[in-house]
Design a protein around this ligand. Structure first.
Ligand code: NAD
Length: 307
């Protein structure tokens, strides 16, 4: 794979930046900006055709500091992208029944094309029951079992934002995933599992690692594509990275105020990899771009129009 690096990079639609260390840095921030421009155009087309902008309801329960930051940036991105944002900031004491009642009301609100419930929810609220209440046609996070099931059956509709963002970033840089050996480290419902389904859909041969994996190092070492989604700073040593591999680091770990790092030990990994996402500025911005993309896609699908 490392042998065809220059030719695949040449097919890139983004502008790769050469890393001083050797790997091409996958500039998710720049590529996400391109995606968001295209999404804003689509949102404008929707508005002129249907007389209203696409609408996204973002529900936040409580004051978890990280959630407040994420929700703020999602709402800002909506307004920049021509998407109407419906804000629902609820107190931490909100019961599961109250939350589900709100979700049902939004399911029936015609101005709302997408519903996002920011996770985590306060203790005592079953996130699965809340997510299951969302109309799958408005499930812009792609977490509803119907949307996960459609992805598993090779007929994706609303796709989970982070895994879909990784795929779009790879496509943008001309990384042809078909036939590659891909390893996903992490098997959560929101990242690892749907990531494996996305890679499978893209034609990769996929291994999923988790806490029960016997020899993680061996699995990582043979990966031509590595996606790390564990949530532990520098968990994957750089020396495990296969030379020339494409490394997508989903992890976001705050190690000091204002200092975020990924799950992969960045500097040594970047010396060995063919491509690598930085943290921040890699997968994170793509997640928001795909959320906006899903919101506009949901609007068109609900309106019965072409996306
Ligand atoms: P999670 O805690 O739900 O899942 C972590 C996974 O890692 C689990 O499946 C677990 O089995 C696996 N794991 C833990 N220890 C392991 C070990 N020793 N060996 C192998 N596997 C192990 O976390 P998540 O919600 O999937 O998020 C993972 C990371 O991605 C977090 O840092 C989170 O903040 C980040 N994240 C980033 C974005 C983004 O947009 N960039 C989006 C979502 C999540």
């Amino acid at each position: 794979m490392s042998g065809d690096r220059s030719s695949t990079a040449a097919r890139s639609t983004a502008t790769p930046k050469a890393a001083s260390s050797g790997a091409i840095i996958l500039d998710g921030k720049a590529f996400a900006a391109q995606v968001r421009q295209a999404v804003a155009l689509h949102a404008g087309e929707f508005a002129s055709r249907f007389g209203r902008p696409p609408g996204l309801a973002v529900i936040k329960v409580g004051e978890d500091p990280a959630s407040c930051v994420y929700v703020k940036s999602k709402r800002k991105a909506c307004s920049e992208g021509g998407i109407a944002s419906f804000e629902h900031d609820l107190p931490a004491a909100t019961t599961e029944a109250q939350l589900i009642t709100l979700v049902y009301a939004l399911n029936h609100d015609d101005r709302v094309d997408g519903i996002l419930v920011q996770l985590p929810l306060p203790n005592g609220t079953d996130a699965n029951r809340v997510m299951d209440a969302i109309d799958p046609a408005k499930d812009v996070d792609g977490f509803h079992p119907v949307n996960t099931g459609l992805l598993a059956q090779k007929r994706p509709k609303l796709r989970p934002c982070t895994p879909y963002g990784v795929i779009r970033l790879a496509e943008g840089y001309g990384i042809a995933l078909r036939g590659l050996r891909a390893t996903v480290v992490g098997a959560s419902n929101i990242v690892g599992r749907p990531m494996a389904l996305e890679l499978l859909l893209a034609g990769a041969t996929v291994t999923v690692c988790h806490t029960g994996t016997r020899d993680l190092r061996a699995e990582v070492e043979r990966a031509e594509v590595l996606v790390a989604a564990v949530g532990k700073a520098g968990f994957i040593p750089g020396e495990w990275i296969r030379p020339g591999a494409a490394v997508f680091d989903v992890g976001i770990n705050r190690i000091a105020p204002g200092k975020l790092v990924g799950d992969v030990e960045y500097e040594p990994a970047a010396r060995r990899a063919g491509w690598i996402t930085p943290v921040p500025g890699g997968v994170g911005p793509m997640t928001i771009a795909m959320l906006l993309s899903n919101a506009v896609a949901a609007a068109f699908m609900r309106a019965g129009g072409k996306n």
